[in-house]
Design a protein. Structure first.
Length: 350
């Protein structure tokens, strides 16, 4: 029903406006007495065979919501009720920022994709922390952190440290985001030298936590772009080994416009931004497989990019991912998506 009736109606309206409408409707509906229990019964798959222990965290299932959908930690409980094993909030920056001018989110319906140039629009790390502290249903939460747009790259470390300190007590793991194409100059931080400095500094703060407060360190992951070359991916493997971070998320959106079915002029009119969804599926899997093989499975990988079906998720897991995340596929496939993927994983025996 969702794909035949609901989705065509939603796709008649502006993509970002509908996102806010749909998420508000989800919150409103699940606030009605009994609806949260019903949603959990309908969409959650509770089976011990789905459980995964990755970088020291016990996940109830391997299917998570990627960063970008719940930027401000406003939907964590609701997404848990829809069957997701974990939710990654953000990208969160130290100070609130409005993001790039609208319109900034576009559908590639013929391709099963999106183009976005949101620009880290969020309400800031402080409000996100406050909301996470008030959660009354525990869901595994990752904190995806970035720098403010007006912070120069040579001062970026301070922004990441501020987010790290603010969110530390309320998230189970961190993701360092340097791979977005929508913040000018941000991807320069993916180069080996600045990225190593950034991750070493965060790890230093992380490992000092037990000494300062008795709280164990949190896993730190790095989210990378699908547009990296093999030599750059080799650098990523070396950087993970040197900095001893917990793992990698592969991949973010792509700046490539190759092989799209959508008319080229239409795509050009949409302007700059990262492409997500089915157009990035194959490349994301290639990156996962390369990192897994090159490193000899030395670190966990969360696979994300173009996952719409259980088979898409299994493709990532067989390539070497330990967990998977979705975002664009959830928009196209609807609220039963996590359940269908979990059922498919169970059926596969993986």
């Amino acid at each position: 029903m969702y794909k035949r009736i609901v989705l065509p109606i939603l796709f008649r309206f502006d993509a970002e406006a509908i996102h806010h409408f749909a998420t508000s409707a989800l919150k409103f509906t699940l606030a009605i007495p009994g609806m949260r229990w019903l949603a959990c019964r309908l969409y959650m798959v509770d089976d011990p065979r789905l459980r995964r222990t990755v970088f020291g965290i016990d996940f109830p299932n391997p299917v998570g919501m990627a960063a970008g959908f719940d930027k401000n930690a406003e939907l964590v409980t609701e997404l848990g009720c829809l069957g997701f094993g974990f939710v990654e909030i953000g990208t969160v920056t130290p100070r609130p920022q409005p993001g790039n001018p609208k319109p900034r989110l576009f559908r590639l319906k013929a391709d099963g994709g999106l183009i976005n140039r949101m620009g880290f629009n969020n309400k800031g790390a402080g409000p996100a922390t406050g909301r996470l502290r008030r959660l009354n249903q525990r869901v595994i939460v990752g904190g995806n952190i970035g720098k403010n747009k007006d912070t120069p790259n040579n001062e970026a470390l301070n922004d990441y440290r501020l987010c790290f300190e603010e969110l530390f007590d309320t998230v189970e793991y961190f993701v360092v985001k340097v791979s977005s194409p929508n913040t000018p100059g941000l991807r320069d931080l993916q180069e080996r030298e600045p990225l190593t400095r950034l991750l070493l500094a965060l790890q230093q703060d992380n490992l000092a936590k037990p000494t300062r407060s008795g709280v164990p360190p949190k896993p730190i992951l790095l989210k990378i772009a699908p547009d990296l070359t093999d030599s750059q991916l080799d650098d990523i493997v070396a950087i993970v080994a040197e900095t001893k971070i917990a793992g990698v998320i592969a991949t973010n959106t792509t700046i490539s416009r190759a092989n799209l079915k959508t008319d080229a002029q239409t795509v050009s009119d949409m302007g700059a931004g990262g492409v997500s969804g089915l157009p990035v599926r194959s490349r994301s899997t290639e990156v996962i497989r390369y990192l897994h093989q090159k490193s000899g499975g030395a670190f966990p990988i969360i696979g994300v990019g173009g996952i719409f079906t259980a088979e898409d998720a299994l493709e990532k897991l067989r390539a070497g991912a330990s967990l998977v995340q979705v975002y664009t596929g959830f928009i196209y496939e609807g609220p039963g998506m996590a359940k269908r993927i979990c059922r498919g994983i169970l059926d596969s025996g993986l």
